[in-house]
Ligand binder design. Structure first.
Ligand code: FES
Length: 127
């Protein structure tokens, strides 16, 4: 396999229910990773342009689900399944989805924007 132009690291870390910090998996990151892989393959981008990888905690849990885009060096945050097509469209055209890019203040919990709500306990995983 050739080296891809970009690697998208989707945090799929899961903490136990009830841990106040929460985790990206509790907010649907596992489904987002699967959806992103499928969308990249469907668009013919998976072999050369970008690979969607799973990652452990990227230490911006309050902004999850998060995706680190390398080698560009930016993070998408508060990603939902509805955002995946736009992320893939942007990759295909050499852009990024600015509204999802975390600003510097989001890398510190005290100055970050509010987190997405976690789904209620027992809710099925988000696709
Ligand atoms: S759990 Fe995803 S960044 Fe920490």
């Amino acid at each position: 396999m050739p080296q891809r132009k970009r690697y998208l690291f989707v945090c799929v870390n899961r903490r136990p229910d009830g841990v106040p910090k929460g985790s990206c998996a509790q907010r649907g990151a596992e489904g987002i990773h699967v959806q992103l892989k499928a969308a990249l393959a469907e668009r013919g981008l998976a072999k050369v342009e970008a690979r969607a990888c799973s990652a452990s905690c990227l230490d911006v849990c309050w902004a999850g689900p998060v995706i680190a885009v390398e080698p560009d060096g930016y993070f998408y945050g508060r990603v939902t399944p509805a955002d995946v097509p736009e992320i893939v469209d942007a990759l295909a055209s050499g852009r990024r989805v600015e509204r999802l890019v975390l600003p510097p203040e989001d890398f510190t919990e005290a100055t970050a924007a509010p987190p997405l709500p976690a789904p209620p306990r027992g809710a099925p995983p988000q696709a």
